[in-house]
Design a protein around this ligand. Sequence first.
Ligand code: FE2
Length: 350
Amino acid sequence: MFGENALRDRSTVLIVDDDRTVRGLLQRALHLAGYRTAVAADGYEALATLATFEQPITAVVTDAIMPGLAGTALVEEAHARGLDLGIRFYLMSGNMDVIARWGNRASGFHAAFTKPFDIGHVVRQLDEDLAPPPGAEPDVQANGIGWLARALAQHDSGTGAHSNLVTRYTAVLARAMAVPDDIAVDIADAAALHDVGKIGVPEAILNKPGPLDAAEVAVMRGHGEIGYSILSREPHRLAGLAAQIARHHHDRFDGSGYTPLAGFAIPLPARIVAVADIYDALRSARPYKPALSHEEAAACLLVGDGRTDPSHFDPDVLTAFRSALPEFQRIVRYGPGTDETTTTDHKECG
Ligand SMILES: [Fe+2]
C-alpha cells in the first residue's frame, strides 16, 4: 500500500556483498518493498558509503566473508569510527559456523540470514525491525534536522563535511564518557546543527579568504545566538538539545568563550561538541591555513599552543578525548578540505 511505502521510504538499506548477483537480487527485492538502497562490494567501501551517503542509512545487510574488510569486522570498525549510529546490522553467510560465531547481538548483529536465503524472509525481517510502530507519525524531528543541515550546507559550502565529522567525533567522545548509547546518538544528531546559525551570517563573511576584521568577527560570533533562536522555538526535545549546543559550543571552560558561562554551567553536550568542533577545525584546510595531522591537532587540544589551550575545555571531555585518540585517528575524512592529502607538516595550531 502507498501509505506503508511512504513511511518505509525513510529507510535506506546498505547491501554489502562481493557477489554482484546477490547485491542485485537484494536490491531488486528491497526496491519492490519500498526501500531505498545503497550497495558496496566490501567492508571498506561500506564504511566510505556510511560516511558519505546523502540519505541516512538505517540498516546494513552484509556478507560475512569478503576480500578486503570482512562483514564480520564491519560492525566493530563502523562503531570505532562513529558510523553505526542508529543503524541495525545484519549478517549473511552460507557457513553455519560463521553464523553461529558472529551472527548475534554480542557481535553487534541484529540478526543473521543463512545463504541461500529466502528473499521474502529477509524483507519481512527488515519490515518488522525498521517499520515505525502502527500509527506512528513520520519522524519530524529527524527530518527537520536533515532539512536544516542541508540548508546550511547550501549557504556555506564547507559546513556539510564539517558537520558530518563533528557528529561522528561527538559520538565517539560521548561513548568514551560512558554516556548511554541512545543519548549519545541524540547528542551526535543534534551536533549536526551546531553551526546552523551561520545561515544568518552573510556569505561574504563566511567565505572571505583572509582573516576577518573586528566588525566581521562580531557578526560571525553571532552565529551561536542565531542558531539558538532558530532551534529553541521548536518544541521537540532534540531541537532543544541542538539549541543548547548551537548557543554554547564556543563557550570555554575557563569562561573566555562566546557567552559568559564557564565550567560545568556550560551544558555537557556543548562541552563535548566544543572538543569535536575544534579538533575538526584543526584537521581541516582553510584558505588561510593548512590542515594539521591527527597528532598535531591532538597536541593542540591536550598541550596547547598559546592559542588553543586545554583550559578552554572540560577536563573530563579531554580525558575522554585522550582515551579515544585511536578512534579519532581511524575516522577517515572525506570531502573538500578534509582530504588526508591536504595534511602537512605545519606545526602551528592556529
Ligand atoms: Fe561554530
